[in-house]
Design a protein around this ligand. Structure first.
Ligand code: GLN
Length: 489
Protein backbone atom coordinates (compact mmCIF):
# COMPACT_ATOMS: atom_id res chain seq x y z
CA UNK A 1 0.00 0.00 0.00
CA UNK A 2 2.55 2.54 1.10
CA UNK A 3 4.47 3.63 -1.95
CA UNK A 4 6.79 6.05 -0.20
CA UNK A 5 10.54 5.49 -0.64
CA UNK A 6 12.11 3.14 1.92
CA UNK A 7 13.95 5.95 3.74
CA UNK A 8 10.67 7.75 4.41
CA UNK A 9 8.99 4.78 6.04
CA UNK A 10 8.59 4.13 9.73
CA UNK A 11 9.90 0.97 11.41
CA UNK A 12 6.46 -0.57 11.50
CA UNK A 13 6.01 0.05 7.76
CA UNK A 14 9.46 -1.39 7.04
CA UNK A 15 8.81 -4.40 9.24
CA UNK A 16 5.56 -5.13 7.46
CA UNK A 17 7.30 -4.79 4.06
CA UNK A 18 9.99 -7.24 5.19
CA UNK A 19 7.48 -9.75 6.52
CA UNK A 20 5.36 -9.51 3.36
CA UNK A 21 8.57 -9.95 1.29
CA UNK A 22 7.90 -6.69 -0.59
CA UNK A 23 11.66 -6.19 -0.25
CA UNK A 24 14.50 -8.03 1.46
CA UNK A 25 16.70 -6.82 4.28
CA UNK A 26 19.64 -6.89 1.86
CA UNK A 27 17.73 -4.52 -0.45
CA UNK A 28 16.72 -2.31 2.44
CA UNK A 29 20.23 -2.22 3.85
CA UNK A 30 21.74 -1.46 0.43
CA UNK A 31 19.28 1.39 0.02
CA UNK A 32 20.52 3.04 3.21
CA UNK A 33 24.19 2.31 2.45
CA UNK A 34 23.71 4.01 -0.94
CA UNK A 35 22.13 7.03 0.69
CA UNK A 36 24.99 7.25 3.18
CA UNK A 37 27.42 7.30 0.22
CA UNK A 38 25.35 9.93 -1.52
CA UNK A 39 24.61 12.29 1.37
CA UNK A 40 26.99 11.79 4.24
CA UNK A 41 29.71 13.99 2.69
CA UNK A 42 27.32 16.82 3.50
CA UNK A 43 25.98 15.66 6.86
CA UNK A 44 29.03 13.96 8.41
CA UNK A 45 26.70 11.92 10.55
CA UNK A 46 28.68 8.66 10.48
CA UNK A 47 32.14 8.11 11.95
CA UNK A 48 32.32 4.50 10.73
CA UNK A 49 30.17 2.85 8.04
CA UNK A 50 30.01 -0.95 8.38
CA UNK A 51 28.93 -1.94 4.86
CA UNK A 52 30.33 -5.46 4.83
CA UNK A 53 29.11 -6.56 8.25
CA UNK A 54 25.77 -4.84 7.63
CA UNK A 55 25.17 -6.80 4.43
CA UNK A 56 26.13 -10.04 6.20
CA UNK A 57 23.69 -9.27 9.03
CA UNK A 58 21.02 -8.42 6.45
CA UNK A 59 21.55 -11.75 4.71
CA UNK A 60 21.19 -13.59 8.02
CA UNK A 61 18.03 -11.59 8.75
CA UNK A 62 16.58 -12.58 5.36
CA UNK A 63 17.18 -16.22 6.26
CA UNK A 64 15.35 -15.76 9.54
CA UNK A 65 12.49 -14.04 7.71
CA UNK A 66 12.34 -16.90 5.21
CA UNK A 67 12.30 -19.50 8.00
CA UNK A 68 9.50 -17.66 9.76
CA UNK A 69 11.37 -17.09 13.04
CA UNK A 70 11.82 -13.35 12.69
CA UNK A 71 10.83 -10.79 15.33
CA UNK A 72 9.35 -7.34 14.73
CA UNK A 73 12.77 -5.70 14.22
CA UNK A 74 14.50 -8.47 12.26
CA UNK A 75 16.17 -7.05 9.17
CA UNK A 76 15.69 -3.40 10.17
CA UNK A 77 18.82 -1.24 9.78
CA UNK A 78 20.00 0.93 12.67
CA UNK A 79 22.75 3.50 13.27
CA UNK A 80 24.46 3.27 16.66
CA UNK A 81 25.89 6.25 18.49
CA UNK A 82 29.66 5.74 18.66
CA UNK A 83 29.49 5.60 22.46
CA UNK A 84 28.36 1.94 22.50
CA UNK A 85 31.12 -0.67 22.44
CA UNK A 86 30.86 -2.85 19.34
CA UNK A 87 33.02 -5.95 19.30
CA UNK A 88 35.68 -5.83 16.58
CA UNK A 89 34.56 -2.39 15.39
CA UNK A 90 36.09 0.99 16.22
CA UNK A 91 34.34 2.71 19.15
CA UNK A 92 35.69 6.26 19.31
CA UNK A 93 33.23 8.17 21.52
CA UNK A 94 33.97 11.11 19.22
CA UNK A 95 37.47 11.42 20.68
CA UNK A 96 41.06 11.26 19.44
CA UNK A 97 41.66 9.38 22.70
CA UNK A 98 39.74 6.36 21.37
CA UNK A 99 40.37 6.84 17.65
CA UNK A 100 42.40 3.60 17.68
CA UNK A 101 40.09 1.68 20.04
CA UNK A 102 38.56 -1.53 18.70
CA UNK A 103 36.13 -2.69 21.36
CA UNK A 104 36.82 -6.27 22.55
CA UNK A 105 33.17 -6.80 23.52
CA UNK A 106 29.72 -5.41 22.73
CA UNK A 107 27.47 -3.31 24.94
CA UNK A 108 24.33 -5.06 26.20
CA UNK A 109 22.20 -2.73 24.06
CA UNK A 110 24.17 -3.77 20.96
CA UNK A 111 23.78 -7.45 21.85
CA UNK A 112 20.05 -6.99 22.25
CA UNK A 113 19.84 -5.34 18.81
CA UNK A 114 21.81 -8.29 17.38
CA UNK A 115 19.48 -10.79 19.05
CA UNK A 116 16.50 -8.93 17.59
CA UNK A 117 18.09 -9.37 14.15
CA UNK A 118 18.73 -5.66 13.50
CA UNK A 119 21.37 -4.60 10.99
CA UNK A 120 24.01 -2.13 12.15
CA UNK A 121 24.77 0.35 9.36
CA UNK A 122 27.54 2.08 11.27
CA UNK A 123 28.62 4.23 14.19
CA UNK A 124 27.32 7.76 14.50
CA UNK A 125 29.06 11.05 15.17
CA UNK A 126 28.83 12.74 18.57
CA UNK A 127 30.44 15.33 20.80
CA UNK A 128 33.63 14.03 22.39
CA UNK A 129 32.60 11.78 25.31
CA UNK A 130 29.03 13.11 24.86
CA UNK A 131 30.02 16.52 26.23
CA UNK A 132 28.27 19.20 24.24
CA UNK A 133 25.04 20.41 22.69
CA UNK A 134 25.99 20.79 19.03
CA UNK A 135 28.30 17.91 17.95
CA UNK A 136 30.95 20.57 17.30
CA UNK A 137 33.17 18.97 19.96
CA UNK A 138 33.68 15.84 17.85
CA UNK A 139 37.25 14.90 16.86
CA UNK A 140 35.71 13.99 13.48
CA UNK A 141 34.28 17.44 12.78
CA UNK A 142 30.71 18.65 13.30
CA UNK A 143 27.63 16.94 11.88
CA UNK A 144 25.27 19.21 9.97
CA UNK A 145 21.53 19.67 10.37
CA UNK A 146 19.75 18.38 7.23
CA UNK A 147 17.11 21.13 7.57
CA UNK A 148 19.84 23.73 7.07
CA UNK A 149 23.45 22.62 6.72
CA UNK A 150 24.67 25.92 8.15
CA UNK A 151 23.15 25.01 11.49
CA UNK A 152 24.04 22.39 14.09
CA UNK A 153 21.97 19.22 14.55
CA UNK A 154 22.21 19.63 18.33
CA UNK A 155 24.19 17.36 20.58
CA UNK A 156 25.68 15.30 21.86
CA UNK A 157 23.75 12.73 19.77
CA UNK A 158 23.83 15.07 16.75
CA UNK A 159 25.07 12.45 14.29
CA UNK A 160 22.14 10.21 15.29
CA UNK A 161 19.57 12.99 14.86
CA UNK A 162 21.01 14.16 11.52
CA UNK A 163 21.12 10.59 10.18
CA UNK A 164 17.49 9.85 11.05
CA UNK A 165 16.23 13.25 9.82
CA UNK A 166 18.21 12.95 6.58
CA UNK A 167 17.02 9.39 5.92
CA UNK A 168 20.45 7.79 6.38
CA UNK A 169 19.00 5.25 8.84
CA UNK A 170 15.41 4.57 9.92
CA UNK A 171 16.34 4.56 13.63
CA UNK A 172 19.39 5.51 15.66
CA UNK A 173 20.42 5.26 19.26
CA UNK A 174 21.41 8.20 21.39
CA UNK A 175 22.42 8.76 24.99
CA UNK A 176 21.11 11.49 27.22
CA UNK A 177 23.02 12.79 30.26
CA UNK A 178 21.50 16.26 30.27
CA UNK A 179 19.43 16.41 27.08
CA UNK A 180 21.51 14.78 24.37
CA UNK A 181 18.66 12.71 22.93
CA UNK A 182 15.85 15.25 23.29
CA UNK A 183 17.61 18.47 22.22
CA UNK A 184 18.99 17.07 18.92
CA UNK A 185 15.63 15.38 18.27
CA UNK A 186 14.01 18.81 18.64
CA UNK A 187 16.58 20.52 16.36
CA UNK A 188 16.18 17.86 13.65
CA UNK A 189 12.42 17.31 13.78
CA UNK A 190 12.39 13.72 15.00
CA UNK A 191 11.15 11.80 18.04
CA UNK A 192 13.67 11.18 20.86
CA UNK A 193 13.00 9.23 24.04
CA UNK A 194 15.18 9.32 27.13
CA UNK A 195 13.84 6.51 29.30
CA UNK A 196 13.91 6.43 33.10
CA UNK A 197 17.41 6.14 34.57
CA UNK A 198 18.11 2.40 34.81
CA UNK A 199 15.53 1.32 32.23
CA UNK A 200 18.15 0.29 29.62
CA UNK A 201 21.47 -1.30 30.55
CA UNK A 202 24.52 0.97 30.48
CA UNK A 203 26.94 -1.96 30.25
CA UNK A 204 29.38 -1.21 27.44
CA UNK A 205 28.09 2.35 27.01
CA UNK A 206 31.11 4.58 27.56
CA UNK A 207 30.53 6.51 30.78
CA UNK A 208 30.34 10.30 30.98
CA UNK A 209 28.37 10.94 34.21
CA UNK A 210 27.19 7.60 35.54
CA UNK A 211 24.32 8.78 37.72
CA UNK A 212 22.76 10.60 34.73
CA UNK A 213 23.62 8.64 31.56
CA UNK A 214 20.78 6.80 29.85
CA UNK A 215 20.41 5.34 26.34
CA UNK A 216 17.33 5.66 24.17
CA UNK A 217 15.89 5.60 20.66
CA UNK A 218 15.82 8.40 18.07
CA UNK A 219 13.12 7.68 15.52
CA UNK A 220 10.51 9.29 13.32
CA UNK A 221 7.58 8.25 15.49
CA UNK A 222 6.60 7.35 19.04
CA UNK A 223 5.39 3.99 17.76
CA UNK A 224 8.90 3.24 16.46
CA UNK A 225 10.38 4.21 19.80
CA UNK A 226 7.96 1.79 21.51
CA UNK A 227 9.00 -1.06 19.22
CA UNK A 228 12.66 -0.43 19.99
CA UNK A 229 12.17 -0.05 23.73
CA UNK A 230 10.45 -3.45 23.77
CA UNK A 231 13.66 -4.97 22.43
CA UNK A 232 16.26 -3.27 24.62
CA UNK A 233 14.70 -2.34 27.99
CA UNK A 234 15.14 -4.43 31.11
CA UNK A 235 17.40 -5.62 33.88
CA UNK A 236 20.98 -6.60 33.08
CA UNK A 237 23.06 -8.45 35.67
CA UNK A 238 26.12 -6.71 34.20
CA UNK A 239 24.78 -3.24 35.13
CA UNK A 240 24.03 -2.83 38.82
CA UNK A 241 22.12 0.41 38.10
CA UNK A 242 19.69 -1.26 35.71
CA UNK A 243 16.29 -1.86 37.30
CA UNK A 244 14.44 -5.12 37.82
CA UNK A 245 11.18 -3.39 36.99
CA UNK A 246 9.16 -5.56 34.53
CA UNK A 247 9.11 -4.45 30.89
CA UNK A 248 5.59 -3.98 29.51
CA UNK A 249 4.78 -4.28 25.80
CA UNK A 250 5.07 -0.59 24.97
CA UNK A 251 3.10 -0.97 21.74
CA UNK A 252 -0.01 -2.26 23.55
CA UNK A 253 -1.01 1.08 25.07
CA UNK A 254 -0.23 3.37 22.12
CA UNK A 255 -3.86 3.61 21.11
CA UNK A 256 -5.30 4.19 24.58
CA UNK A 257 -7.47 7.28 24.79
CA UNK A 258 -5.86 10.25 26.52
CA UNK A 259 -9.25 11.63 27.50
CA UNK A 260 -9.11 12.99 31.03
CA UNK A 261 -5.30 12.87 31.32
CA UNK A 262 -3.98 15.91 33.20
CA UNK A 263 -0.97 17.62 31.68
CA UNK A 264 1.04 20.00 33.85
CA UNK A 265 2.59 23.11 32.34
CA UNK A 266 5.57 24.13 34.50
CA UNK A 267 5.38 27.91 34.68
CA UNK A 268 9.16 28.24 35.04
CA UNK A 269 9.53 26.69 31.56
CA UNK A 270 7.37 29.26 29.81
CA UNK A 271 9.23 32.48 30.58
CA UNK A 272 11.02 35.15 28.52
CA UNK A 273 13.96 32.78 27.98
CA UNK A 274 11.73 30.98 25.51
CA UNK A 275 11.64 32.41 22.00
CA UNK A 276 8.14 33.87 21.53
CA UNK A 277 7.41 32.22 18.18
CA UNK A 278 8.36 28.88 19.72
CA UNK A 279 5.93 29.55 22.56
CA UNK A 280 3.13 30.24 20.06
CA UNK A 281 3.83 27.05 18.10
CA UNK A 282 3.98 24.97 21.28
CA UNK A 283 0.65 26.42 22.38
CA UNK A 284 -0.90 25.10 19.17
CA UNK A 285 0.55 21.66 19.95
CA UNK A 286 -0.91 21.80 23.45
CA UNK A 287 -4.28 22.76 21.93
CA UNK A 288 -4.10 19.61 19.79
CA UNK A 289 -3.60 17.54 22.94
CA UNK A 290 -6.58 19.28 24.56
CA UNK A 291 -8.73 18.40 21.53
CA UNK A 292 -7.81 14.77 22.20
CA UNK A 293 -9.35 15.16 25.63
CA UNK A 294 -6.36 16.05 27.81
CA UNK A 295 -6.76 18.62 30.55
CA UNK A 296 -4.11 21.23 31.25
CA UNK A 297 -3.03 22.70 34.56
CA UNK A 298 -0.23 25.07 35.53
CA UNK A 299 2.32 23.63 37.96
CA UNK A 300 5.46 25.04 39.53
CA UNK A 301 8.98 23.58 39.69
CA UNK A 302 10.47 26.22 42.00
CA UNK A 303 14.11 25.04 41.88
CA UNK A 304 14.33 25.16 38.08
CA UNK A 305 16.94 27.94 38.07
CA UNK A 306 19.39 25.70 39.92
CA UNK A 307 19.20 22.80 37.49
CA UNK A 308 21.94 23.87 35.07
CA UNK A 309 24.49 24.89 37.75
CA UNK A 310 23.77 21.75 39.79
CA UNK A 311 24.22 19.56 36.74
CA UNK A 312 27.51 21.24 35.83
CA UNK A 313 28.91 20.48 39.29
CA UNK A 314 27.75 16.88 39.55
CA UNK A 315 28.20 15.76 35.95
CA UNK A 316 31.69 17.25 35.81
CA UNK A 317 32.68 15.64 39.10
CA UNK A 318 31.55 12.27 37.76
CA UNK A 319 33.28 12.78 34.42
CA UNK A 320 36.59 13.68 36.07
CA UNK A 321 36.47 10.32 37.82
CA UNK A 322 35.21 8.31 34.83
CA UNK A 323 37.78 9.73 32.42
CA UNK A 324 40.74 9.01 34.68
CA UNK A 325 40.93 5.58 33.03
CA UNK A 326 42.32 7.14 29.83
CA UNK A 327 45.91 7.27 30.94
CA UNK A 328 47.76 6.09 27.84
CA UNK A 329 48.67 2.82 29.56
CA UNK A 330 45.99 0.24 28.94
CA UNK A 331 44.14 1.34 25.83
CA UNK A 332 43.44 4.35 23.67
CA UNK A 333 45.82 7.08 22.58
CA UNK A 334 49.43 7.06 23.79
CA UNK A 335 51.86 9.91 23.10
CA UNK A 336 55.07 9.33 21.10
CA UNK A 337 58.32 8.60 22.95
CA UNK A 338 57.34 9.34 26.56
CA UNK A 339 60.34 10.35 28.70
CA UNK A 340 58.95 8.77 31.88
CA UNK A 341 55.62 7.70 33.39
CA UNK A 342 54.51 11.22 34.31
CA UNK A 343 55.30 12.46 30.82
CA UNK A 344 53.32 9.51 29.40
CA UNK A 345 50.25 10.42 31.46
CA UNK A 346 50.48 14.14 30.85
CA UNK A 347 51.08 14.10 27.13
CA UNK A 348 48.72 11.20 26.37
CA UNK A 349 45.87 13.03 28.13
CA UNK A 350 46.99 16.46 26.94
CA UNK A 351 47.10 15.36 23.30
CA UNK A 352 44.20 12.86 23.38
CA UNK A 353 41.49 15.11 24.84
CA UNK A 354 40.22 18.37 23.32
CA UNK A 355 39.36 21.60 25.15
CA UNK A 356 35.81 20.98 26.38
CA UNK A 357 36.71 17.62 27.90
CA UNK A 358 39.80 19.12 29.56
CA UNK A 359 37.77 22.00 30.96
CA UNK A 360 35.31 19.56 32.50
CA UNK A 361 37.96 17.24 33.96
CA UNK A 362 39.67 20.22 35.60
CA UNK A 363 36.45 21.70 37.00
CA UNK A 364 35.27 18.29 38.20
CA UNK A 365 38.57 17.55 39.89
CA UNK A 366 38.40 20.95 41.59
CA UNK A 367 34.90 20.44 43.01
CA UNK A 368 35.86 17.02 44.34
CA UNK A 369 39.07 18.22 45.97
CA UNK A 370 39.36 18.15 49.77
CA UNK A 371 38.83 21.86 50.39
CA UNK A 372 35.87 22.28 48.04
CA UNK A 373 33.95 19.01 48.22
CA UNK A 374 31.51 20.22 50.89
CA UNK A 375 31.00 23.63 49.33
CA UNK A 376 30.28 22.38 45.81
CA UNK A 377 29.76 18.64 45.39
CA UNK A 378 27.88 17.95 48.60
CA UNK A 379 25.78 21.11 48.26
CA UNK A 380 24.90 20.20 44.68
CA UNK A 381 23.79 16.71 45.79
CA UNK A 382 21.37 18.36 48.20
CA UNK A 383 20.01 20.67 45.52
CA UNK A 384 19.60 17.65 43.25
CA UNK A 385 17.25 16.21 45.85
CA UNK A 386 15.22 19.45 45.96
CA UNK A 387 14.88 19.42 42.18
CA UNK A 388 13.67 15.81 42.23
CA UNK A 389 11.16 16.70 44.95
CA UNK A 390 9.76 19.52 42.79
CA UNK A 391 8.78 16.90 40.23
CA UNK A 392 7.33 14.50 42.79
CA UNK A 393 5.17 17.30 44.19
CA UNK A 394 3.98 18.30 40.71
CA UNK A 395 3.07 14.69 39.91
CA UNK A 396 0.70 14.65 42.89
CA UNK A 397 -1.59 16.88 40.77
CA UNK A 398 -0.89 15.92 37.18
CA UNK A 399 -0.11 12.80 35.15
CA UNK A 400 2.63 14.22 33.02
CA UNK A 401 4.42 17.49 32.26
CA UNK A 402 4.43 19.23 28.90
CA UNK A 403 6.97 21.91 28.03
CA UNK A 404 9.50 23.04 25.42
CA UNK A 405 12.49 20.82 24.67
CA UNK A 406 14.85 23.66 23.88
CA UNK A 407 14.65 27.46 24.18
CA UNK A 408 15.64 27.97 20.51
CA UNK A 409 15.64 26.22 17.17
CA UNK A 410 18.94 24.92 15.74
CA UNK A 411 21.63 27.59 16.01
CA UNK A 412 24.36 28.36 13.49
CA UNK A 413 27.58 26.36 13.23
CA UNK A 414 30.23 28.19 15.26
CA UNK A 415 27.67 30.51 16.84
CA UNK A 416 28.20 29.30 20.41
CA UNK A 417 31.58 27.57 20.33
CA UNK A 418 33.42 30.42 22.00
CA UNK A 419 30.81 30.86 24.73
CA UNK A 420 30.44 27.64 26.74
CA UNK A 421 27.84 29.11 29.11
CA UNK A 422 25.45 29.98 26.29
CA UNK A 423 26.01 26.47 24.92
CA UNK A 424 25.19 25.00 28.35
CA UNK A 425 21.97 27.01 28.49
CA UNK A 426 20.57 25.26 25.43
CA UNK A 427 19.74 22.43 27.86
CA UNK A 428 17.78 24.49 30.41
CA UNK A 429 14.57 22.54 29.77
CA UNK A 430 16.08 19.06 29.57
CA UNK A 431 18.66 18.88 32.38
CA UNK A 432 16.36 18.73 35.43
CA UNK A 433 14.82 15.53 34.06
CA UNK A 434 18.23 13.82 34.29
CA UNK A 435 18.84 15.18 37.79
CA UNK A 436 15.57 13.50 38.81
CA UNK A 437 16.11 10.32 36.73
CA UNK A 438 12.73 10.75 35.00
CA UNK A 439 11.73 9.70 31.48
CA UNK A 440 11.43 12.50 28.90
CA UNK A 441 10.52 12.56 25.25
CA UNK A 442 10.72 15.18 22.51
CA UNK A 443 8.22 14.97 19.66
CA UNK A 444 8.13 17.13 16.53
CA UNK A 445 5.62 19.92 17.14
CA UNK A 446 5.97 22.34 14.26
CA UNK A 447 8.35 24.77 12.57
CA UNK A 448 9.58 28.25 13.32
CA UNK A 449 11.33 29.98 10.40
CA UNK A 450 11.37 26.63 8.59
CA UNK A 451 13.29 24.99 11.43
CA UNK A 452 11.75 22.15 13.44
CA UNK A 453 10.92 22.43 17.13
CA UNK A 454 10.07 19.80 19.68
CA UNK A 455 7.50 19.49 22.43
CA UNK A 456 8.81 17.76 25.54
CA UNK A 457 6.76 15.32 27.61
CA UNK A 458 8.09 14.44 31.06
CA UNK A 459 6.72 11.41 32.89
CA UNK A 460 6.94 9.71 36.25
CA UNK A 461 9.53 7.00 36.82
CA UNK A 462 8.97 3.99 34.54
CA UNK A 463 5.93 5.53 32.84
CA UNK A 464 7.42 5.44 29.35
CA UNK A 465 4.17 3.79 28.19
CA UNK A 466 2.24 6.95 29.01
CA UNK A 467 4.70 9.21 27.19
CA UNK A 468 4.62 6.95 24.14
CA UNK A 469 0.83 6.82 24.29
CA UNK A 470 0.50 10.62 24.32
CA UNK A 471 3.21 10.97 21.66
CA UNK A 472 1.48 8.44 19.42
CA UNK A 473 -1.94 10.04 19.87
CA UNK A 474 -0.43 13.42 19.00
CA UNK A 475 1.13 11.88 15.90
CA UNK A 476 -2.20 10.47 14.74
CA UNK A 477 -3.65 14.00 14.55
CA UNK A 478 -0.53 15.89 13.36
CA UNK A 479 2.01 15.14 10.67
CA UNK A 480 5.07 17.13 11.79
CA UNK A 481 6.89 13.82 12.29
CA UNK A 482 6.50 12.84 8.63
CA UNK A 483 8.10 16.00 7.22
CA UNK A 484 11.52 15.48 5.71
CA UNK A 485 14.02 18.18 4.72
CA UNK A 486 13.60 19.04 1.01
CA UNK A 487 17.12 18.01 -0.09
CA UNK A 488 16.87 14.57 1.49
CA UNK A 489 13.37 13.37 0.53
N1 GLN B 1 24.70 19.27 26.64
C1 GLN B 1 24.89 18.65 27.93
C2 GLN B 1 26.36 18.59 28.25
O1 GLN B 1 27.10 19.13 27.52
C3 GLN B 1 24.28 17.29 27.93
C4 GLN B 1 25.09 16.29 27.23
C5 GLN B 1 24.48 14.93 27.23
O2 GLN B 1 23.30 14.77 27.51
N2 GLN B 1 25.31 13.95 26.92
O3 GLN B 1 26.77 18.03 29.21
Amino acid sequence: MSQSPLHQQTLSQLASGLHKKSFSSVELTSHFLDRIKQYDNQLNSYITVCDKTALAQAKAADERLAQGNAGPLTGIPIGQKDIFCTQGIKTSCGSKMLDNFIAPYSATLIEKCDTAGMVMLGKLNMDEFAMGSSTENSFYGPSKNPWDENTVPGGSSGGSAAAVAGGLCPIATGTDTGGSIRQPASFCGITGLKPTYGRISRYGMIAFASSFDQAGPMTRTAEDAALFLNAVAGFDPKDSTSCEEPVPDYTQTLNDSIEGLTLGLPKEYFTDDLDSSIATTLNDAIEALKKLGAKVKEVSLPHTDYAVPTYYILALAECSSNLSRYDGVRFGYRCENPKNLTDLYERSRGEGFADEVKRRIMLGTYTLSAGYYDAYYLKAQKVRRLIAQDFHKAFADVDMLVCPTSPTTAFGLGEKTSDPISMYLSDIYTIAVNLAGLPGMSIPAGFVNEKPIGLQLIGQHFQESKLLNVGHQFQTVTDWHSNMPANYR
